[in-house]
Each structure stands twice: as C-alpha cells, then as structure tokens.
Design a protein around this ligand. Structure first.
Ligand code: HEM
Length: 446
C-alpha cells in the first residue's frame, strides 16, 4: 500500500505501537522466515517506544524507505550505531560512517575512487593470487568450515588491496596487530560493553584493551605511511589504496587521521566479506540444482558464462542472507518522509531481510534461485544488502567483484559436494546473520 503525501503529516503517535509483550517478537525480523512474524499484523509501519529509548519507526513501506534514503542531510546512520551499539568505539567517531552532511560528502569523495570501476580491475590479479596461495592448504574430501577460509581470503585480499607490498617484517606485524584487534572486538569483555551501551543511553564505557589494540594497528599503519611519504619513488607504480592516496590531490589527512580511516575500512570490509563468502559456500552446498549450473559453467571453460552465473549466485545469497538484516537512520531534525512526521531524535528502522523475503517484491521469495538475477541486476530500491543513499556501502562494487573472482578461482580447481538438506541456520542470539556451523562443506577435486 502506498501512502500519498497529505497536507498534514501523520505523527508517530497515530501509528500502531508495539506493546512490551511484543518486544520478544522483534528477533523474528532478524532471522530468515520474517514473513511468518506475527508483527506483520501491524501493517507496514509500526512504532516501538521502550522507556529510555528513542522512539523507533519500523517501516517496510517502500515509499517511506525510498524517501528516507533520498534525504541526504536530515538523517544520520552514525547516530543509530552509537545509540544502539558500540560501533563508535570500534570504528572511531571520525570515520566515514559517523560523519554527516557536507563533511561526509567531502570525506567519502577522498576514499571512493579506490573502490570503484577502474581501480577494481587492478585488484583482480591479487584476488586470484590469494586463492592460489590458500587453496593448497584446504583439505579435500572431508568436511571443512568454509567460514575460516572466508576470513583468510578476506584478510589476504584486504591487506593486499589497502597496503600493497609491505616490507615482510612490517607486514607480519600488521597482520598480527590487525588479528589481535579483531580478536578483542570479539572478546566477551567487549561484547558486555556492547550490550550495556543501549541501556546506558548510547554511552559506550571505555574498554582499554580495545583502545590498546587499535593503537597498535595505527602505529604500524603510520610507520608504513611515513615510509611512503619519505620516499617519493616508493609505490609509484603500485595500485593499492594507500599508494593511490599518499602524495596525491586526495591526500588531505595527517597520518593519524589517515591511519584511522584505513583502519575503519578494514573493519567495515573484513567480517562482512568473510561471512558473505561463508554463506555463498553454504548456499551452493545446500542447492544441488544450482551447483549443477555452476559446474556446467565451470566445466565449459566459458569464463563469461561462469562469471555471469556467479554474479547471480552472489546477489541471491546476499538477498536471503544479508549480513546486516536491518539498517537505520536517526533524524537530525524534524523531517517528513512520505507524509509521516519524524521528530528530531527518532530512529527509522528499515528491515532489510523482511523486504528481501517479501513475495510482493520477489516471487517465491524463500527459494534460492540465482536465475532471478541472471538477466536483471538487483534493484537498488528492493535489494538492500549494502544499504542505500549517501551512506550506501563504499565497498559494494568491490565486494561483489571480489566474491565472484574468489569463487570463480576456487571453482576452477574444486567442486563443492552437495546435499539437499536445509542450509545451516544463522547463529542464535546474533543480530548479524552468520552461518551457525561456520559454513560446513566438503570440497572435491575438479
Ligand atoms: C559483503 C560485504 C559487505 C557488506 C554486506 C557490507 C555492508 C554494509 C552496510 C549494510 C553498510 C551501511 C549502509 C547503509 O545502511 O546504508 C556499509 C557501509 C560501509 N561499508 Fe560495507 N559492506 C561490505 C563490504 C565492504 C567493503 C569490502 C568495504 C571496503 C571498502 C566496506 C566499507 C564500508 C564503508 C566505508 C561504509 C560506510 C559508508 C559511508 O558511511 O559512507 N564494506 N557496508
């Protein structure tokens, strides 16, 4: 149902409001099977207003969603992340996702070129090379947890793309520092801090171990930046993100700020990519008919055909398993979207997974059918795995190309054993969707 704008906007008070007894049902919108949520009885918009929290409008009215993302300067994603989670401490408040308006636009322009069009082509060799390096170490003919491989591939590609050829001793220190830092983010201590944040009104208590790990990462990155600045010839013919930046017109940060931004990019890219690679493997293993198409394309030697089919597999996997099943924006000022008055401070939640599972947008929505994206690319309004609007994922094109290239290279050398059983569910009690059994599959020789 579409809501035509009316002269007097409706207020959040006039919309259906969840009672506390419904709150337990919200988790059902975060996991596959959203279409059977009892909350759908409230219609396309409902309001949640727990005491002590900002008022939240959940809407899957696509006119609301389109208008929300079209408002460039009236909403903030950073303010949602810092009110409901510990992301500001994880990323640092000066990183891209926390900036708004003009400052965000300016900063985004500086980093976007490294992740678009021509730059993307130059990363392909590195991606192929990372698979060739890792593949011989993966067991064949016995079950493996492909999520682990996903993490190895993701970090190998990321460090190569962002930093290029770093001197071996420094590269080892960088890898270690990054791995310790990611480990600290996953620690029980930081999880407790994350869970406390929404209850403390968005205040994330300092967590010194994380601060120390971040400082260690920054120290190595700054060393590398200094090395590049001090030798103008260094990195001249290199295509990595840092070389595309240092000493160019884009270079407008001091070293500490540049290091912070690069660290933010690593964090935004690492886990999301690894988990998506895990889901792709799990989806292929659980769908023999899809795997048969992949095998036919791989065995034909027709790379364009394999690439086209893999692009569709990636898009379809990300429709059914978006790493983040929702996104949100907080109103920076009183704003009207599609005839609804959103007061300053209120949060609008977009339930991405629910939209992706809607029969209104995708026929037979729960079926894993890459064919739906063979002739048609995902529609930017209805396929929201990377979000939308000014804060849409900076690495979206990069991540899509990366998934295709990595899987193409793996599948040119290996088959994935299939089963017709259900695909493993997401981990319990997690708001992000990650495969509960770590994407357990068996690789076979090709
Ligand atoms: C499959 C992999 C990935 C997924 C699912 C993903 C998902 C997302 C999502 C949902 C957002 C928020 C968008 C919104 O709500 O509108 C986002 C933002 C962002 N992502 Fe990704 N991402 C992925 C890979 C990457 C990669 C490879 C990079 C590296 C360049 C990256 C860098 C960023 C940055 C910098 C932002 C903030 C953009 C801004 O605020 O302007 N992401 N991503």
């Amino acid at each position: 149902m579409s809501h035509t704008p009316v002269a007097t906007p409706i207020t959040l008070r006039q919309l259906p409001r969840l009672r506390p007894r419904h709150y337990g049902q919200l988790g059902g919108l975060l996991r596959p099977g959203t279409h059977s949520s009892p909350l759908l009885e409230f219609g396309k918009r409902f309001v949640i207003a727990p005491p002590g929290f900002p008022t939240m409008l959940v809407t899957h009215d696509m006119d609301d969603v389109r208008e929300l993302f079209a408002h460039r300067d009236d909403f903030s994603i950073g303010q949602v992340l810092s009110r409901l989670s510990s992301h500001d401490r994880m990323f640092g408040k000066q990183t891209l996702i926390f900036l708004d308006g003009e400052e965000h636009r300016r900063e985004r322009k500086l980093f976007a070129p490294s992740f678009q069009h021509r730059a993307l082509e130059s990363y392909e060799d590195l991606m192929v090379e990372v698979v060739r390096r890792e593949l011989p170490t993966w067991p064949v003919g016995e079950p493996i947890e492909f999520l682990t491989m996903g993490y190895d591939l993701a970090i190998g590609v990321l460090l190569g793309v962002v930093f290029g050829d770093v001197a071996p001793a420094r590269a080892d220190r960088l890898k270690q520092a990054v791995s310790d830092w990611f480990g600290e983010i996953e620690s029980r201590g930081f999880l407790a801090v994350t869970l406390l944040t929404p209850l403390l009104g968005g205040y994330t208590p300092p967590y010194p171990p994380l601060g120390r790990r971040q400082a260690d990462v920054d120290t190595v990155i700054i060393e590398e930046i200094t090395a590049r600045r001090s030798d103008p010839g260094y990195g001249n013919d290199r295509g990595d993100v840092l070389s595309r930046y240092v000493g160019t017109d884009l270079d407008q940060h001091d070293d500490a700020a540049l290091a912070r931004n690069l660290r933010g990019i690593l964090l935004g890219a690492y886990e999301t990519t690894a988990i998506t690679l895990g889901w792709i493997a799990a989806m292929l293993a659980g769908h023999p008919e899809v795997m048969a198409e992949v095998d036919a394309a791989a065995d034909s030697g027709d790379r364009a055909r394999l690439d086209a089919y893999l692009d569709a597999v990636v898009a379809e996997t990300m429709r059914l398993r978006p790493v983040s099943p929702f996104t949100g924006r907080r109103a920076l000022r009183d704003t009207v979207i599609n005839g609804v008055h959103i007061p300053k401070g209120a949060i609008v939640i977009v339930p991405i997974l629910l939209i992706h599972e809607s029969a209104e947008h995708y026929p037979d929505p729960m079926a894993f059918r890459p064919e739906r994206f063979l002739d048609e690319r995902p529609n930017g309004h209805l396929w929201l795995t990377f979000g939308a609007g000014p804060h849409r994922c900076l690495g979206a094109q990069f991540a899509l190309a990366e998934a295709r290239i990595l899987f193409r290279t793996v599948l040119e050398h290996r088959r994935i054993d299939t089963n017709s059983g259900p695909v493993e569910p997401p981990r319990r009690f997690h708001t992000g969707l990650s495969p509960a059994d770590n994407a357990r599959i068996t690789l076979l020789p090709r």
